[in-house]
Write a protein that binds this ligand. Structure first.
Ligand SMILES: [Mg+2]
Length: 227
């Protein structure tokens, strides 16, 4: 019996990736770099999860050697830019998410988050979209900066399960990407997949069900899913 829903954030709760891309480019130009990630390139780079890892991968692709301190500083600047953009209301929740959250809470379903993004990004998005009481809505949040291995590794899901005190078969993950589906499956969770703009080509075949959009999410669906 599924009584817990664990959401991915980027691409699932909100189409954040386009704002992330613009924030990366702003951070690069602020330090005088001529790097510019267009949509096609960013689609490729998203196969590497985690912002610092993505910058490092890009430097390697260009034949360079990434200095971890430089990458960390650049990523910190990018996070500040991203946070300011989200605070300014640049990223809404995907249509259907708010309604599903409300319906789930009415049914006493526990809600959690397992994401590769870092805590400041999570706080910025949830504060601006759900308001200050988002911690009541999501009592457990697994963030990318709390684990050593990001998705597709199962670590962030395992962390969330530990904090929830739940076995994976009582939970379902909602994910938009291949890395996300793999991470949840590795942790033993069934997955509802909801494709996003940047995951339109992803293989989501490990998911129990794939929905056309978040408006198709329903409480009824949970009872039809099992691991
Ligand atoms: Mg995602």
């Amino acid at each position: 019996m599924i009584d817990t829903v664990i959401f991915d954030m980027d691409g699932t709760l909100a189409e954040t990736e386009e704002v992330h891309r613009l924030a990366f480019n702003q951070a690069f130009s602020d330090v005088g770099l001529d790097w510019s990630w267009d949509v096609a390139l960013y689609r490729q780079l998203l196969k590497v999860t985690g912002g610092k890892e993505r910058i490092t991968h890009f430097i390697t692709l260009q034949g360079g050697v990434a200095d971890p301190e430089f990458v960390a500083r650049l990523h910190k600047a990018k996070t500040e830019i991203y946070t300011a953009m989200v605070d300014a209301g640049a990223v809404p929740l995907r249509p259907g998410i708010k309604e599903f959250i409300e319906a789930a809470r009415k049914q006493g379903i526990t809600l959690a988050i397992a994401t590769t993004t870092s805590m400041p990004n999570i706080e910025a998005l949830l504060n601006s979209t759900l308001g200050g009481n988002w911690r009541e809505i999501f009592p457990v949040v697994g963030a990318g900066d709390m684990v050593s291995k990001k998705k597709p590794a199962p670590d962030v899901y395992e962390l969330a399960l530990r904090e929830l005190g739940k076995p994976p078969e009582h939970c379902v993950a909602i994910e938009d990407s291949r890395n996300g589906v793999l991470a949840a499956r590795s942790a033993g969770l069934p997955v509802i997949a909801v494709r996003s703009t940047y995951s339109s080509d992803d293989d989501l075949s490990g998911a129990a069900v794939e929905l056309p959009n978040c408006e198709a999410l329903s409480i009824d669906l949970l009872s039809r899913i099992s691991s």
